[in-house]
Design a protein around this ligand. Structure first.
Ligand code: DGJ
Length: 735
């Protein structure tokens, strides 16, 4: 007896739940009279056998808990689906509380379950989605009978992808308030395996650099307490077999669909088991649940790959392209834009912008984006955030005149906002000093001369939204760049009671999500690009609202190789904001060929960030060619399967990636040799992802090679002379 719905199977006699994806199996078992929810297995697909023998429930220290004699040894070793605090499991737990009596422990027992087709949305939170034909969901209801807390563990299995998502609801069914002090979103206990841990680290202008290290004993984690997912560490961790490569080996990837404080941690225990947890960082977090109230922890995505790191990457890309990103731009080619930030910084006016637009339109660029500096008295970064009123000294005739003139050139228009911020030198701050996040009696710390608005407050959000929507209604605006340029500090809200101050960071993120949802609902044709001082908030949470995110303020083609490789490890190329800028590069002072800058920006949304009126005639000619190249290849780049072929961050010499169409009838390869080398004018690269038995012609010549030759023997790139040489190779299947 049992129940089966696409991908999820319940075996009533064994009391097991089996979650099957195309290549993986995940198994849960209910054990003991106390109804512990145990984790049995997650790995390569085992479609039929009952694996509950792995629980070793009779084996010390897995002694039955019912006699209570060895409860601590049991709890400290048992593989729990959702471990709780304070009763004997000394590994990282997922749930802790503070009761009215001041106690912190809790313990969960299985009560019931539900299996159904489809996937419910998470109210107020971003999450992956899928219809009844795409996925099915298991909800396990567990309870702490002492606290009268109900916890729902939610698992969704995607039919065609090796993906399982998890989220958690906690409900207070008692008649007393309780404080939640930790509610993580996922936990995975793995028995007796040794792995490398892959994480992403960075800084401003150096986001998402890949780090791989062996998992050692104890806890190793990445996290953010900055109120955003951050430049520094990323809400992602992967476990890879030591010998896993791009093409082979088992890899487990975890990514958090959230944009604020997070913890992603791997722990190797005394018994050589591993525990992975991911969720909202418990530090500075608390949430009061009144009787009857519910708290939902954000979604964590788990990807399994038995085809190496590349397999994991392609699964994340497909999941996010098809089941996370929304709106009319989800599958659409994006307009090639030119942004005036690096062209003018704050020093612009209507005349300069129209000059840029005029030249850009002649070369085929499709949209002008006016960046920071168009509002209030904003001539430098130390004022006016919050005063979203057009500066008519800079833009005589106002926004409408400018936009109409841009449109006459056949271009669209986009605009920059930083809606979460307030400058101390602003009319808004003078009127509402209490709207800034701050601790009474303490002067809040400035960063980039600004404070953060208290987005936990509906009145603050409503006011800002009113300002933004008035601007957007005042002219024909097609695009918004939503920036966020400082972390949260001085955590205090003038509107929250003392017992709820610990809710501020999460309420801030919920407020941000609410505002972006409102924006894209009211302006459904708007193309929204998120940004945070470059790529400080590039995460799946933000991708739920905007189909693209500015990847980094560093537009140097060589630095971008590393930044984009780390970003592409998880996120589809269609989401990565990437522009060609001038040389010497404004961040690192490097000179690279214009063509190479174009190839590198092609691995993203593609656009320009320069004063096009000042380009040489040769560079302008290149712009035309790049525009044509974008139109020719962007469908393939957005839709195809991504393969990482050479990694500059690993080999310090050259970089190569490819996109292969799903039908394997076309491929685009981009190669960059960073520094010229003596006697090394050619390089053979072994491609991936092609059809072995098919034959491909190299565009622009008569060379025809089989997939087997291109993948095993390689394709030879010749004529590499000088530094920073880039090549683009387009392969078309001929038979
Ligand atoms: C940071 C962004 O990343 C830049 O592109 C630019 O918009 C500036 N902010 C403007 O202040």
């Amino acid at each position: 007896m049992g129940c089966y719905i696409m991908g999820i199977e319940y075996n009533e006699s064994a009391r097991t739940f089996r979650l099957n994806t195309p290549s993986s199996t995940y198994m849960i078992c209910i054990v003991d009279e106390e109804q512990f929810i145990g984790h049995v297995y997650y790995g390569k697909r085992v479609p039929d056998a009952d694996l509950s023998y792995l629980m070793r429930i009779q084996e010390p220290p897995f002694t039955p808990s019912v006699n209570n004699r060895d409860r601590v040894s049991f709890l400290d070793a048992f593989p729990m689906e959702y471990p709780t605090h304070g009763l004997g499991d000394f590994r990282q737990d997922c749930l802790s509380v503070r009761t009215e009596n001041g106690n912190t422990a809790c313990g969960l027992r299985y009560r019931s379950h539900r299996i159904f087709a489809g996937k419910p949305p998470l109210v107020g939170l971003p999450a992956t989605f899928g219809g009844e034909k795409d996925c099915s969901t298991l909800e396990l209801l567990a309870e702490d009978p002492v606290l009268q807390l109900q916890v729902t563990l939610r698992y969704t299995v995607f039919e065609h992808l090796d993906v399982i998502t998890r989220s958690v609801d906690v409900k207070n069914t008692s008649n007393k308030s309780i404080q939640l002090t930790k509610v993580l979103s996922t936990c995975l206990d793995i028995d007796n395996r040794s792995f490398d841990m892959i994480t992403l680290h960075g800084s401003w202008a150096r986001e998402r650099q890949i780090q791989r290290r062996e998992v050692g004993y104890g806890r190793q984690s990445v996290s953010s307490l900055r109120g955003e997912s951050s430049h520094q560490e990323h809400p992602f961790v992967a476990l890879a077999e030591h010998n896993a490569t791009q093409q082979s080996g088992e890899v487990y990837g975890f990514n958090f669909v959230y944009s604020g404080n997070f913890l992603a941690q791997v722990e190797r225990t005394q018994f050589d088991t591993l525990r992975v947890v991911m969720g909202i960082h418990p530090e500075d977090f608390s949430w009061t649940l009144a009787p009857g109230e519910l708290f939902t922890a954000p979604e964590a995505v788990m990807v399994y790959s038995c085809e190496g790191i590349g397999g994991m990457t392609r699964t994340f890309h497909d999941l996010y392209r098809n089941h996370l990103i929304r709106g009319e731009y989800r599958d659409a080619k994006r307009p090639i834009l030119i942004n005036n930030w690096e062209a003018t910084y704050f020093d612009f006016n209507t005349e300069k912008l129209l000059a840029i637009a005029g030249e850009a339109s002649k070369l085929g660029i499709e949209m002008l984006v006016m960046d920071d500096g168009w509002f209030g008295a904003r001539n430098s970064d130390d004022r006016s955030l919050g005063d979203w009123v057009v500066n008519t000294k800079k833009l005589p005739g106002g926004l409408k005149y400018l936009v109409d003139e841009v449109k006459k050139l056949g271009m669209r228009f986009g605009i920059w906002f930083e809606p979460e911020m307030i400058s101390p030198d602003s009319d808004l701050f003078r009127a509402h000093p209490d709207w800034a996040i701050q601790i009474p009696g303490r002067v809040p710390s400035l960063a980039r001369s600004q404070y953060v608005l208290d987005y936990s407050r509906a009145d603050v959000r409503d006011y800002i939204y009113g300002q933004i929507s008035a601007v957007l209604h005042s002219a024909d605006i097609s695009y918004v760049k939503w920036d966020m340029n400082r972390p949260l500090t001085d955590l205090g809200s003038c509107a929250l009671p003392a017992g709820r101050q610990g809710e501020l960071s999460h309420r801030y993120v919920l407020g941000l999500y609410e505002l972006q949802e409102r924006l894209i609902t009211d302006f459904p044709h708007l193309l929204l690009e998120n940004c945070s001082g470059g790529g400080g908030r590039f995460d799946p949470g933000m991708l739920y609202y905007s189909p693209q995110i500015w990847c980094s303020d560093n537009t140097d083609a060589v630095e971008r190789l590393k930044i984009q490789e780390g970003t592409e490890l998880i996120y589809p190329l269609s989401t990565i904001g990437a522009h060609v800028s001038v040389c010497p590069n404004h961040t690192v002072g490097r000179n690279t060929p214009f063509s190479t800058r174009g190839y590198v920006a092609m691995a993203g949304t593609f656009g320009y960030e320069l004063d096009i009126t000042k380009l040489s005639p040769e560079d302008k000619e290149e712009v035309k060619q790049q525009v044509a190249m974008y139109h020719r290849y962007n469908d393939l780049i957005r839709r195809g399967d991504y393969y990482r072929i050479a990694s500059y961050s690993e080999n310090h010499e050259d970089d190569c990636w490819a996109v292969v169409s799903k039908a394997k009838d076309e491929a685009l390869v981009v190669y960059v040799r960073v520094l010229g080398q003596p006697n090394m004018r050619s390089r053979c690269i072994r491609l991936q992802g092609l059809e072995e038995t098919a034959f491909y012609r190299v565009e622009g010549g008569n060379t025809v090679l089989s997939g087997a030759a291109l993948m095993n023997a390689g394709y030879c790139i010749s004529g590499l002379w000088g530094d920073f040489q880039g090549r683009l190779i387009h392969l078309i299947r001929v038979r």
